[in-house]
Design a binder for this molecule. Structure first.
Ligand SMILES: [Zn+2]
Length: 350
């Protein structure tokens, strides 16, 4: 168990985020503002394992990969169409550009970003399942996203494939219980079943308040806790855990499955596909060493956006790498179910 007077306790609880000196323009706590400079080392998980905690996975697998997708767009916005046009013009690759524009003539059903089937097909090759988090918020600071009711059949198809549909909470939702409840209800109505998983748009999150609101709204797990400007272990954990509220001195009844690698963050700190892959391998090897769960966030647009073709390539390379290591690759929902039944970690006195 962690000693409440130790530095590890401060890292685990994210104490420095309770009274942050600096937030970014989206009110996020960035890695750049953290006093802990080694996000590649899961120091808290390492300590807990040395204390003898036991983590097991189905079929005696050594570690798990939680695959997730935030569905920010299902219709290419003008900025994507223009960047695709310029990119394809430069590379004389007109075929790749066509899907970005043809749906405007053929109709919304032909949008290239309705690519969930394609994503699931890639995953199927490696015996993997994933989570898709959809937006149902009415407000967004950048642009109108989409109406979830228009793609009800797509959601049904995801669930039929044993993948998960969760909520991608709106930009303003992380500090609004009412919005969380409304957005959850709207998604459940379209989906026809309960929604238990959550990640906030832009990774906006306030510790510990957002967790507390998510509990009240009826969510069972969250997977927002990762950095927008770095990859790795934000609170020293490479395992899911129940967060602890330092204000009320109580555990919070939700499972956090920390986010380790977001596509955008990864490619903003590396200069090539190769370098990005090497960084991922380091983190995956670490998760394997500590019997951890490594959570990936790959947005859906990169799978059908010419300018992001390396992102898509890397996703499949990672899946193959983890498949060869015999990892359990699955959705947040499956991790949640397994974890709460088989792996409750004693991290602090309950
Ligand atoms: Zn988002």
């Amino acid at each position: 168990m962690l000693d409440p007077n130790s530095e590890l306790w401060e890292i685990f609880t994210r104490k420095e985020e309770y009274s942050p000196i600096k937030l970014d323009k989206h009110d996020r706590f960035n890695y750049a503002a953290s006093k802990y400079r080694n996000s590649f080392k899961p120091v808290v998980s390492e300590f807990l394992l040395s204390e003898g905690i036991n983590v097991v996975y189905p079929d005696n697998k050594k570690f798990a990969v939680c695959l997730t997708h935030d569905i920010d767009d299902i219709y290419p916005p003008l900025s994507h169409i223009l960047s695709s046009f310029l990119y394809c013009l430069k590379s004389f690759d007109y075929n790749s550009f066509m899907p970005q524009i043809l749906w405007k003539i053929k109709g919304n059903d032909h949008s290239p970003y309705l690519n969930f089937k394609e994503i699931m097909n890639i995953e199927q090759k490696y015996d993997a399942k994933s989570s898709f988090y959809f937006i149902t918020a009415k407000e967004d600071p950048v642009r109108f996203r989409y109406d979830i009711e228009e793609i009800g059949h797509e959601l049904g198809n995801i669930v039929d494939n044993e993948c998960e549909v969760g909520l991608h909470g709106g930009y303003y939702t992380y500090n609004s219980l009412q919005s969380m409840k409304e957005e959850k209800k709207r998604l459940e109505k379209t989906l026809g079943k309960d929604v238990i998983g959550y990640r906030n748009h832009y990774l906006r999150f306030k510790i510990p308040d957002t967790w507390e609101l998510l509990v009240k709204a009826g969510f069972k797990y969250d997977t927002t806790l990762g950095y927008d400007d770095m990859i790795g272990f934000r609170n020293g954990m490479c395992h899911p855990f129940n967060p602890y509220n330092l204000n009320s001195q109580e555990a919070i009844d939700i499972l956090e499955i920390p986010l380790i690698i977001m596509d955008g963050a990864l490619f903003s700190i590396t200069r090539s596909l190769n370098e990005a892959f090497e960084s991922c391998k380091k983190l995956i090897d670490t998760a394997e060493k500590y019997n951890g769960v490594i959570t990936l966030l790959w947005h859906n647009a990169p799978f059908s956006w010419p300018i992001r073709k390396n992102w898509k390539l890397l996703y499949e390379k990672i899946l193959k790498y983890c498949y060869d290591k015999n990892a359990w690759m699955t959705s947040g929902e499956e991790i949640y179910k397994w974890w709460t039944k088989e792996c409750k970690l004693q991290i602090y006195p309950s």
